[in-house]
Design a protein around this ligand. Structure first.
Ligand code: GLA
Length: 393
């Protein structure tokens, strides 16, 4: 079996072996990565900037066309199946994973794509619930595979938007565009400076000379996550609405200044003010961090990551004890240039920029400290920046 696959898939040896039994000569095979974000958190849905990158952890998906309209899904790692059909798409109630796939099918159909039935199997080495956007990776893999298999012809940005909409409408999280954009548009050794308002973007080289990106996985995912995420969005929208009563040209927090917040929001709602204050500062901080990056001043860049963490924890209030502990623990370590919680919050990972020679020791002693303090095992991932979603075959 292995030999025959190798004859029609270049690089077949790099595919997870669990996929092999699903591959035929006509299969479409897609790799779609998870993401990190260096700085610019909770700014995407406020029309601000983000600085994400795709990583070396990914979803691998095999899709085969069927003769009927059935949709037969198989999650290899969970040993679970789900069956529905293109003509009568039924969302899954028992497990959530099929909905990331079906949400994209639904969006494709609504956007006018002509689809037929298919079998799909996937596996992933992106840890679930760790804030590395495994869900966006499944959505983007689905979009890319459908596009390829049925010759739909959507461009990459359209697929990004449909994947985001799938998450908004099918899964019910009002996420911004960062995760899906990073998964699709990632470029090896580069971060993406994305303007989430215009969707213009630049690739900035990320110089990893002597530095490693280390993720510390708290191992927790507090259930508050998605509901509080949507609450933050509403608070930001309220802040904009308060400013708009005086300055109609302000369309999002991207247009707001600290002075506007002081004048029009503080007096009305302190809570909303504090949330908006974080976002406005973070958008400015990201722009300043990009200047650091261009100057290759990673120390200054790292300092801003700590500032972001402080803002997320104390002003935006999307951190948790485990995340705060991990950041505080490394903060005075001279080998750690910067650290902060990453992604939506309430669990998941911290991202750390660490001097290469200190990585192993840092992981070891942080794991011990974390176990003592939180009674939890710490997982650590040393990640590299890789290309975005691609069709392998
Ligand atoms: C989640 C969302 C993103 C973004 C981040 C916070 O990952 O999916 O759109 O808002 O949180 O920066």
């Amino acid at each position: 079996m292995q030999n025959s696959i190798a004859t029609f898939i270049p690089g077949a040896h790099t595919l997870p072996s669990s996929l092999r039994e699903f591959i035929t000569e006509k299969s479409v095979i897609v790799r779609s990565p998870g993401r990190i974000n260096l700085i610019g958190e909770h700014t995407d849905y406020n029309g601000g900037f983000v600085l994400p990158a795709a990583i070396n952890k990914a979803v691998y998906m095999v899709m085969n066309e069927r003769v009927d309209n059935g949709i037969h899904l198989h999650a290899i790692d969970l040993h679970e199946n789900y069956i529905t059909s293109v003509t009568d798409l039924q969302e899954s109630v028992e497990s959530s994973w099929p909905n990331y796939v079906l949400g994209v099918v639904d969006q494709f159909l609504k956007a006018g794509a002509v689809l037929k039935g298919f079998d799909m199997a996937f596996t992933a080495d992106i840890p679930i619930g760790a804030g590395l956007s495994s869900s966006a990776a499944v959505e983007c893999a689905t979009a890319k595979a459908l596009n390829e298999m049925f010759g739909v012809g959507f461009d990459t940005l359209t697929m990004v938007r449909l994947s985001q909409k799938a998450e908004n409408e099918y899964v019910g999280v009002q996420c911004g565009i960062m995760d899906q954009f990073a998964s699709m548009f990632g470029k090896k050794n580069h971060v993406i400076k994305l303007d989430c308002r215009s969707l213009e973007y630049d690739y900035e080289p990320f110089n990893m000379n002597g530095i490693k990106i280390v993720l510390f996985d708290t191992g927790v995912k507090h259930s508050l996550g998605s509901s509080e995420y949507n609450v933050r969005r509403q608070q930001c929208e309220k802040g904009v609405a308060l400013i708009q009563q005086h300055l109609s040209e302000v369309r999002s927090l991207r247009d707001a200044t600290p002075a506007m917040l002081d004048q029009y929001v503080l007096t009305e709602d302190v809570h909303v003010y504090i949330r908006c204050r974080y976002v406005v500062e973070e958008i400015q901080r990201l722009l300043a961090a990009c200047v650091d990056l261009e100057a290759n001043d990673m120390e200054a860049f790292g300092k801003k990551m700590y500032e972001t963490h402080f803002g997320l924890s104390k002003l935006y209030e999307v951190s948790c004890d485990e995340l705060d502990y991990l950041v505080e623990h490394v903060q005075h370590n001279p080998h750690v240039l910067g650290a902060r919680m990453m992604g939506g919050g309430f669990g998941g990972c911290t991202i750390n920029l660490v001097e290469e020679e200190a990585v192993n020791q840092l992981i070891e002693e942080t794991a011990t400290a974390y176990r003592n303090a939180m009674k939890l095992d710490l997982k650590a991932y040393v990640v590299s920046i890789e290309d975005g979603t691609s069709v392998l075959k």
